[in-house]
Design a protein around this ligand. Structure first.
Ligand code: ADP
Length: 477
């Protein structure tokens, strides 16, 4: 699961999509509420209407049992009479067998026209009639129950119950207003939440950064523009934090360099000063004694000078406008020349040696003067720190578009834990080793710097009393 999360690109959504989604949601919500309200209003209004129909239907259903039993005394006719209507029961000959209320013309029987009027003129069908009718036929006794309500009263009755259109419009308008207000509030609240929360988090982050807390990070779940902004913010904070660390590191290195330089220069300069003052203050000392002190002064001057030379070369390499002069060169030929210049010193020190450089030409872009210095440092270190009989091996070969130079010896070696650190300036294996040989601890850092400026790299395989093997990798042209 985590694997998929890692490789799948984060799906980006836009803020405008979120606003659009919120808008649609609140629109749907509003429409839904509005529809429900309208339905309620319509049902409410219509039920008022329907009531009028139900008045007659109710009377009819109330009276049917009594009618079917021919129990006319139990016919409940008062509401019909009060409404100005009447109730009649007519047999199949048209005679009115029962009548209650104000019947038209005090008739005693129904003509065909009367039958037609009541049977076809239920409610409103007969415009000429003053009444609306409802009838019920008792098939067993062949009797027809007729209920009539005056149309005028009926309409009035309806109007008095009906929700007036103007009220309906006003109520709907007020309701709509409140519903729109509520949905607007819901919309603006839900939309502003999408802005306010990330904005607050961003502001909080910016505040922390401005107070120097570069470790601050913003965690937003959104994938929209705010999510992208917080990613950029976090990248920026990370970069500033890294720069800050680098700055602190280089500041520490600078302080350590100054301390190391002054410490290393202190001894030779103190010796020079002490012995020269002694000679000056004691003019009567013997020539032999004077010569002895002059040799000490000279040795210390050489040491101070070489230290200053190393420092000068090192800081020259570090300067921003330092440039190498590259030239496409046959690296094998170049290596043979460098080795040849050290042969007499190697033999003088009674070292055994193996050189394995291919006869074939391999071309690398190099600055000869500087690369001589880089490789020379490694060879002279081997000669400087190891005793007679040490075997020195120098090999060259090409591999994977690179030319590899190995400079290896089987001498006293370097402790494994210093494998990486030994390339930093002023790092020495132990002070006694260096005071004996006068090293400053800058040589390997100069070598590494030069190799890296050739787009190459250098590594070390070593161990105490296990010899040292330096490998230089240079890109072939
Ligand atoms: P320096 O300029 O003083 O020689 P380097 O930076 O060249 O210093 O080397 C750092 C330390 O690594 C030296 O103090 C030395 O002890 C150790 N060193 C370098 N090369 C070898 C080697 N071939 N054999 C043993 N020790 C070595």
């Amino acid at each position: 699961m985590k694997f998929f999360k890692l490789i799948l690109p984060k799906k980006k959504s836009k803020l405008s999509n979120l606003l659009f989604r919120n808008y649609i949601l609140s629109y749907l919500l509003t429409t839904f509420i509005l529809t429900i309200t309208l339905i309620i209003l319509i049902i409410f209004g219509a039920s008022m209407y329907l009531d009028d129909y139900y008045i007659i239907d109710n009377y009819l259903s109330e009276n049917i049992p009594a009618f079917l039993k021919n129990d006319y005394s139990n016919l409940h006719t008062i509401p019909i009479e009060e409404a100005g209507g009447y109730v009649e029961i007519v047999n199949n000959s048209g005679d009115i067998v029962y009548s209650k209320g104000k019947t038209p013309n005090n008739r005693t029987s129904y003509s065909l026209t009367d039958f037609n009027a009541v049977l076809s003129g239920n409610y409103y069908d007969d415009p000429s009639s003053q009444f609306s009718y409802k009838t019920f036929y008792n098939g067993t006794d062949n009797l027809l129950l007729v209920i009539a309500i005056p149309k005028s009263h009926y309409t009035g009755l309806m109007n008095s119950y009906k929700l007036k259109p103007s009220y309906f419009i006003v109520i709907s308008a007020i309701l709509s207003f409140f519903i729109f207000l509520i949905s607007f509030i819901i919309y603006s609240k839900s939309s502003s939440k999408a802005f306010i929360k990330p904005l607050r988090a961003l502001m909080e982050g910016v505040k922390k950064i401005s107070t120097g807390d570069y470790s601050t990070r913003i965690y937003l779940k959104s994938n929209n523009e705010f999510g992208q902004l917080s990613d950029s913010f976090n990248n920026m904070a990370k970069k500033i934090q890294e720069e800050q660390k680098l700055k602190e590191n280089s500041e520490n290195i600078r302080k350590k360099l100054i301390l190391d330089i002054s410490h290393d220069l202190k001894n030779p300069l103190a010796n020079i000063l002490g012995y020269s003052e002694y000679i000056l203050n004691n003019p009567n000392i013997s020539q032999d004694e004077k010569d002895k002190y002059l040799v000490i002064i000279n040795n210390n001057s050489i040491r101070a000078n070489s230290l200053i030379q190393d420092l000068f070369n090192f800081s020259k390499l570090q300067s921003e406008d330092f440039k190498l002069n590259f030239k496409q060169t046959d690296i094998c030929e170049f290596l043979r020349e460098v080795i040849a210049s050290y042969i007499s010193e190697i033999e003088e020190k009674n070292f055994n040696y193996v050189f394995d450089i291919p006869d074939k030409s391999f071309y690398v872009n190099i600055d000869e003067n500087h690369l001589i210095r880089a490789i020379g440092n490694l060879i002279s270190n081997s000669l400087k720190y190891n005793s007679e009989g040490t075997v020195l091996i120098i090999k060259g070969f090409s591999l994977d578009k690179k030319f590899i130079i190995k400079i290896k010896d089987n001498g006293i070696g370097i402790p494994k834990e210093l494998k990486e650190n030994i390339f930093n300036p002023f790092v020495k294996v132990d002070v006694s080793r260096n005071s004996k040989n006068g090293g400053s601890g800058i040589g390997l850092s100069i070598t590494k710097d030069i190799i890296e400026k050739h787009n190459g790299s250098i590594s070390l395989e070593c161990g105490l009393n296990e010899g040292a093997e330096f490998s230089i990798y240079l890109p072939l042209t």
